[in-house]
Design a binder for this molecule. Structure first.
Ligand code: SF4
Ligand code: SF4
Length: 611
């Protein structure tokens, strides 16, 4: 092992000061380098350093010139290329395909990465450093590893390995994969010989693929088939989704135009000890000192802690199961306590732990006996109704109590979303505990919709579960005499949702006087079941046809979710008329918008109070 540097080096000068004349690995990222475990370059770089590989960072290189790419020289082992924490197209464009004006992952919020960053960076590196292995990773590469629907070009694109000159692609959380690749390259293997690392995708030329036996592979319909046939696309999605398990998953192959991509099974989950070690590496929790302006994304996570990885929620619009997996991997309470104790020693720490969680805060400690042997069930999803699922809110309560007792900690908040159905399914007094100590005025909960037809396609619990949760939350808040509220997240424009469903949702919001600033309009991001439905009009798992709102209908749906906004009035009226609900146009308090001639407020006094 070699000593960790204060920050991972970003310049020759820093490298020289550490006695490095050539890095083992260079990470190229679309994000600014922030030395915090929520940022991919920091975590992968620290893990590589921990394994004994000197690692430098090229953050947000100017892709229009060579200088930034050549600044650290040629690495001894490989370049790792990532778009950053978010897919570059999601980062750049809104659901309505409007260009965003800022980038939270850049100093000062500046726009500093190209569209399709992985392809652009990899092309630059290949031209400048022919012969040096390039490994693609991060969310953009991970979720574009097979032929996929690309909302921004409204087309089916090939695997990113066919478009970018990468030698290997790492999918999922990449610690195991990058250290295995580094070790094998350091031992003298060529990148083309590394074919069997779990959690990687390789590419083969067509002749080689045709000459080898295909037994044991799940062969998806080819790129050409899925690009031209909706049913083939949906079938490919379902076939692929079923193999996303580190224990029972089989290799998956798909022919592209000129190559074949072959995915090994996902990497095995990390043990508690391994996760603890990764999160206790000496991150500074600060942006690299060369930056003159703050990186906005750091502000919201600087003093937040990751307690676990994975989510078994399997919401259709979320790709977490294809990236982190369904199996929950939790850290030890002792390790999280040590991490927070270290935070309290930072001059920037003001006593507030912003978040303790993972993709879903209250899955910490959840277990199933199948998860670490046979793998998660292929044909059913995990949930509160499964008797084998062991929820462990008691352990999370213990964790939160231990964190509250640390000298210097005044507040411990839960900023991650929570699965309200799991809270109700467990006897532990979790809700009382978080209401009393861990809600900073509001609690984020995501029922997403009220219509059973829509929540079924989203794979979310029905609205009655949210209602029960809301009732219990209010009860607990009243018990402690505190005014706090639920911030519900609702989604418009999801496949299966019709204008009439959105009218029902708008009435629900009106009747319960919910505050709905957090409006989400469905964006078809790569590799989700919902995106497959959007692209094909088919539910990939049942084969049933699905209504897909697009264009003006999608805009009307969004407007209905924000019917209080006067700018949406004409769209809301159009939607109400289409749904045969003109009774909701007028001056009665039940109306969502005033009539054509009206200029009065449709609101009942006090309507916008919080839930
Ligand atoms: S519960 Fe949250 S993290 Fe989990 S699948 Fe659903 S949206 Fe994704
Ligand atoms: S037994 Fe239940 S909790 Fe375990 S993997 Fe299967 S569905 Fe999930």
């Amino acid at each position: 092992m070699i000593d960790h540097p204060h920050f991972l080096p970003m310049s020759r000068r820093e490298a020289e000061s550490l006695g490095i004349d050539r890095f083992d690995v260079i990470l190229v990222s679309g994000d600014a380098y922030v030395d915090h475990p929520s940022f991919g370059a920091a975590i992968i770089g620290r893990v590589l350093w921990d394994a004994g590989y000197t690692t430098g960072v090229i953050a947000q290189p100017d892709w229009r010139s060579d200088a930034d790419f050549t600044g650290l020289g040629r690495p001894r082992l490989f370049f790792s290329v990532s778009s950053g924490a978010v897919d570059s197209m999601v980062n750049h464009y809104t659901a309505r395909l409007r260009r965003r004006s800022g980038d939270a992952y850049s100093p000062g919020g500046a726009l500093k990465r190209p569209d399709r960053a992985v392809i652009v960076y990899a092309n630059r590196l290949r031209a400048l450093f022919p012969g040096t292995p390039i490994v693609l990773g991060g969310i953009e590469a991970s979720l574009r590893r097979f032929a996929h629907y690309d909302y921004w070009s409204d087309s089916v694109r090939q695997s990113i390995l066919a478009d970018a000159p990468g030698d290997l692609l790492v999918f999922g959380m990449g610690e195991r994969q990058v250290t295995a690749i580094a070790a094998r390259l350091a031992n003298g293997e060529g990148i083309q010989e590394i074919r069997d690392v779990p959690g990687t995708v390789m590419k083969l030329d067509l002749a080689r693929w045709r000459s080898m036996p295909h037994e044991g592979f799940v062969v998806l319909p080819s790129y050409t088939e899925v690009a031209g046939d909706r049913k083939a696309f949906a079938r490919a999605f379902a076939l692929h989704a079923r193999e996303q398990d580190p224990f029972r998953g089989r290799p998956v192959a798909q022919v592209q135009r000129k190559i074949v991509v072959v995915q090994n099974p996902p990497a095995k989950p990390l043990s508690t000890a391994e996760l603890d070690r990764i999160y206790e590496l000496p991150y500074r929790r600060l942006a690299h000192p060369s930056y003159r302006e703050p990186v906005p994304a750091l502000e919201t996570v600087q003093f937040s802690v990751t307690s676990h990885r994975g989510c078994f929620g399997c919401c259709s619009f979320c790709a977490i199961a294809h990236h982190q997996g369904r199996i929950i991997q939790s850290r030890s309470i002792e390790s999280i306590v040590r991490e927070v104790e270290r935070m309290t020693g930072m001059p920037e720490f003001r006593g507030t732990v912003q978040d303790v969680g993972g993709p879903t805060a209250n899955m910490f400690g959840a277990r199933c006996r199948r998860w670490c042997g046979e793998g998660a069930c292929r044909e059913r999803t995990c949930g509160a109704e499964c008797p084998s699922l062991q929820l462990d809110h008691a352990r999370q309560i213990e964790l939160l109590r231990r964190l509250r007792q640390i000298p210097g900690v005044r507040h411990v908040f839960i900023g991650s979303g929570i699965r309200h159905d799991l809270v109700l399914a467990d006897q532990a007094p979790y809700l009382a505990e978080i209401c009393r100590y861990h809600v900073s005025g509001h609690l984020k909960v995501a029922p997403e919709h009220i219509s059973p037809a829509v929540t079924r396609l989203m794979h979310k619990p029905g609205i009655e579960v949210f209602e029960e949760f809301r009732r219990r939350f209010q009860e607990e808040s009243e018990k402690i005499g505190r005014e706090q509220y639920i911030l519900p997240y609702f989604l418009s424009g999801h496949p299966g949702c019709r204008i009439s469903d959105m009218v029902d949702l708008a009435e629900y919001i009106r009747d319960r006087r919910l505050y709905t600033e957090q409006v989400q309009d469905f964006t078809p991001t790569p590799m989700t079941a919902s995106t497959c439905m959007y692209c094909t009009g088919i539910d990939p798992f049942s084969g049933e046809p699905v209504h897909v709102p697009r264009g003006r209908e999608k805009r009307i749906q969004r407007a209905l979710l924000q019917y209080r906004d006067r700018r949406n009035r004409s769209l809301v009226m159009e939607g109400l008329r289409q749904a045969g609900r003109s009774d909701l146009i007028g001056s009665a308090w039940t109306c969502l918008v005033p009539g054509d001639g009206g200029c009065g407020s449709p609101r009942k006094s006090g309507e916008e109070s919080h839930s």
